[in-house]
Design a binder for this molecule. Structure first.
Ligand code: HEM
Length: 182
């Protein structure tokens, strides 16, 4: 994955848990450079290892770390030069979800090696929607859960609830999330 993702993980850990915790996680993950380069790709394995070690050092489930990361990503990208891209992707929550693939296509223009996930919406009503998530990578559903919470907050939805209602398996070709609000 692009270094931007690893940078965001580093930023989340060092701002919310302290630099010492980050240095511990960095060491355990055998990452020896001084910093990540946002527009350079790193092996996915490094990102997964960092999450695993963050879970160990912080004493939280890996899924909790990933969900917190997803939530943080919405704020992080907005502050790291991708704010316009987020703003251009929709004025409402549902419009934004419908434009997620377009958003990653725009990202792809500056990150040519991006391996982006795919999203599509279904069963949209006035206060609910379902989001299908397809990825070449495994295990990232807790991150999607956190991303959706971050988006509910960005769009100031009230009483929102995010739930995974379908898990990808032999019968289902994708993961599906349901989001409701009042
Ligand atoms: C301007 C904002 C955004 C930027 C710059 C961005 C960029 C990226 C980048 C660089 C990756 C790593 C993939 C790779 O390097 O191959 C990624 C992955 C991902 N992005 Fe985005 N993204 C943005 C917004 C979003 C939003 C709003 C969502 C909400 C659902 C999202 C969902 C994901 C997911 C789930 C992945 C994990 C990869 C996978 O499932 O295979 N992204 N994105």
């Amino acid at each position: 994955m692009y270094g931007l993702v690893n940078k965001a993980i580093q930023d989340l850990i060092s701002t919310q848990f302290g630099e010492d915790k980050w240095l511990e996680i960095k060491k355990l993950s055998n990452f020896e450079d001084d910093f990540f380069i946002g527009l350079q790709t790193y092996p996915d394995e490094l990102t997964y290892t960092m999450v695993k070690n963050a879970s160990k050092v912080l004493g939280a489930d890996a899924s909790v770390v990933m969900q917190a990361f997803g939530e943080y990503w919405i704020l992080y990208t907005a502050n790291e030069g991708y704010g316009d891209m987020l703003s251009l992707s929709g004025d409402t929550f549902t419009e934004f979800l419908n434009n997620l693939d377009m958003l990653h296509q725009r990202v792809n223009n500056i990150m040519p090696d991006l391996v982006a996930p795919q999203f599509s919406t279904r069963n949209e009503t006035e206060n609910s929607i379902q989001l299908e998530y397809r990825s070449k990578r495994a295990g990232l559903c807790p991150m999607v859960h956190g991303l959706l919470i971050g988006l509910c907050q960005r769009f100031k939805l009230s009483n929102y609830e995010v739930k995974q209602i379908v898990h990808k398996d032999a019968q289902n070709d994708c993961d599906v999330f349901s989001i409701t609000w009042k």
